[in-house]
Write a protein that binds this ligand. Structure first.
Ligand code: XMP
Length: 514
């Protein structure tokens, strides 16, 4: 392990974490810093390379994000992307202007394959463009190494000084050879050895957490989901006994889930987390009694969760640090992502802190994407079923029961869901479908069982295929599988006499059935 690192300076673009992720995919460690980070700090970190990201501004405007020219004189290779490329040219004496039309989307780019950046790249390659401004004249010492039909400078470089500017976005997958270009930069130009792996992330985090925490006390809310589990185990490995994990069982978990979480993290499990399980089921059922409006249910569950957690925290006393399993997509969706623009507010970020007596938050997974968190989880030895668990909403089954929530309805939906999950796994579909679960509609209808008339609930089965959970399509489950699930649910789950499959995509539906 050489400890080498590339840093990404964030100028507010939407794809900044993707840049870091692609660099990590080249086995080079990468961290993101705001463009406001002082040059002194950058010198101290002594990175092997620096990447300037895209951003929404125009670099020639007075109050646009900028950086001191000294950055380009450190002898450290710099790669500017989009806004970063324009800024580099602007600062070093090139000219950036407003184009008449925006260049947007997949675009054919003609590259000079003699450039180290484009080593092994096809002379004509498809890249993702998204810009209004363009570089109309390169800075002294630079040569143009790529262009498009409309853009005279799609890339430029001053190879002797290790300075590279590209107008398109190599980090997005639409740029067909983008990862190769980033590889050429970090491994070729910067000379990184590429010996970083997820275990290095784990090691580094443990080291950093130890340094930060010292002999302080740490509290973690553990839900049993992937993110909080990985965060908790990371902390346990770093500070051992100084950590206490509180698991609130709100009675709205999947069947047997509370016990499963306890088996892994409790005193009988492999980790020493000072695990406290709070059985607060009845409190939640009482609070939810008679409430059917979904947003109100969410609010009640969220507030009660905080209250229970707070009571537990009080018993423990003041702590120095609170751990949260925030991961990068949470950060972006809440608009807390460095310099990027707000997209939407998110349910998991920023909930707890006001209510607990602590000094600082630790978010060890803040820079990782979900699949990277999973890799870290495996590295930490967490069981696969836990690491590859599908998403489960914080308010749990409370929102998968349409209408008011009762203990009886929770039992019905838990049992139906357990059968559904079992049969999906039996059919070998569990890795293919991104999220699937049973929900309880608030509809009762007439049926006949044996010789008796029934008047029971209808269960809805949901299964979706999705990449980002922002859009989704109903999964095509073979009819025999659905049929078997239906049969088993009707036979085994008392109170259900109809099973329906939800075909709705998102939009217009949501993934949850709430
Ligand atoms: P929707 O229903 O909005 O869900 O299409 C998109 C994804 O988000 C999950 N989801 C939640 N996750 N807390 C969470 O951690 C929540 O309150 C919550 N609500 C929805 C949902 O399961 C799906 O994966």
């Amino acid at each position: 392990m050489t400890g080498e690192m590339v840093i990404v300076l964030d100028f507010g673009g939407q794809y900044n974490q993707l840049v870091a992720r692609r660099v990590r995919e080249c086995n080079v460690y990468c961290e993101i810093y705001s463009y406001k980070t002082p040059i002194g700090k950058i010198k101290e970190m002594n990175p092997k390379g620096i990447i300037l990201t895209g951003g929404p501004n125009s670099c020639y405007e007075e109050d646009s994000p900028t950086y001191t020219k000294e950055l380009f004189e450190l002898g450290i290779p710099v790669l500017g992307l989009c806004y970063g490329a324009q800024l580099m040219q602007h600062i070093l004496g090139g000219k950036v202007e407003r184009a008449e039309t925006r260049e947007y989307g997949k675009t054919e780019v003609l590259v000079d394959t003699g450039s180290q950046l484009f080593h092994n790249v096809l002379p004509s390659t498809i890249c993702w463009m998204s810009h209004f401004d363009y570089i109309s004249r390169v800075a002294p010492g630079f040569t143009i190494t790529a262009h498009t039909e409309n853009c005279p400078v799609a890339a430029a470089e001053n190879a002797t000084q290790g300075l590279y500017a590209i107008q398109f976005h190599p980090e997005v997958l639409h740029t067909q050879e983008g990862t190769k270009m980033l590889y050429n930069f970090v491994r070729g130009v910067c000379g990184c050895a590429g010996d970083w792996k997820m275990d290095s992330f784990v090691e580094r985090s443990i080291r950093e957490i130890r340094e930060k925490v010292g002999d302080g006390k740490v509290l973690c809310a553990l839900s049993g989901g992937v993110d909080s589990s990985v965060a908790a185990v990371l902390l346990a490995k770093a500070v051992g006994d100084q950590l206490t994990c509180v698991f609130v069982d709100h009675g709205l978990l999947r069947k047997n889930e509370g016990d499963e979480v306890e088996a892994v993290f409790g005193p009988e499990g492999d980790y020493d987390l000072n695990f406290i399980r709070v059985n607060a089921q009845q409190r939640f059922y009482d609070k939810l009694a008679g409430v059917s409006e979904p947003e109100r249910k969410r609010k009640i569950i969220g507030e009660e969760f905080i209250r229970v957690f707070e009571e537990e925290a009080k018993k423990i006393g003041a702590v120095d640090f609170l751990v949260q399993g925030t991961i990068y997509p949470d950060v972006v969706e809440s608009g807390l992502g460095g310099e990027s623009a707000v997209i939407k507010s998110h349910h998991n970020v920023g909930g707890l802190p006001d209510y607990v007596d602590f000094k600082e938050i630790i978010e060890p997974l803040r820079n990782l994407f979900k699949d990277e968190v999973r890799k870290a989880g495996l590295e930490l030895g967490l069981p696969e079923y836990l690491v590859f668990r599908q998403p489960f909403p914080g308010p749990g089954l409370g929102i998968r029961i349409i209408g008011d929530v009762t203990e009886e309805k929770v039992r019905i939906v838990q049992d139906a869901d357990a059968i559904y999950r079992e049969e999906i796994a039996n059919a070998g579909l569990d890795k293919e479908i991104n999220q699937y679960f049973a929900a309880l509609t608030n509809m009762r209808s007439v049926g006949v069982m044996g010789d008796e008339r029934t008047y029971d609930y209808a269960v809805a089965l949901r299964a979706v295929k999705t990449i980002d959970f922002m859009t989704a399509e109903a999964a095509e489950i073979p009819f025999e599988v659905l049929n078997k699930v239906m049969n088993r649910i009707i036979n085994e789950v008392k109170g259900v006499n109809r099973v329906m499959y939800d075909l709705t995509s998102k939009p217009p539906g949501t993934i949850e059935f709430e």
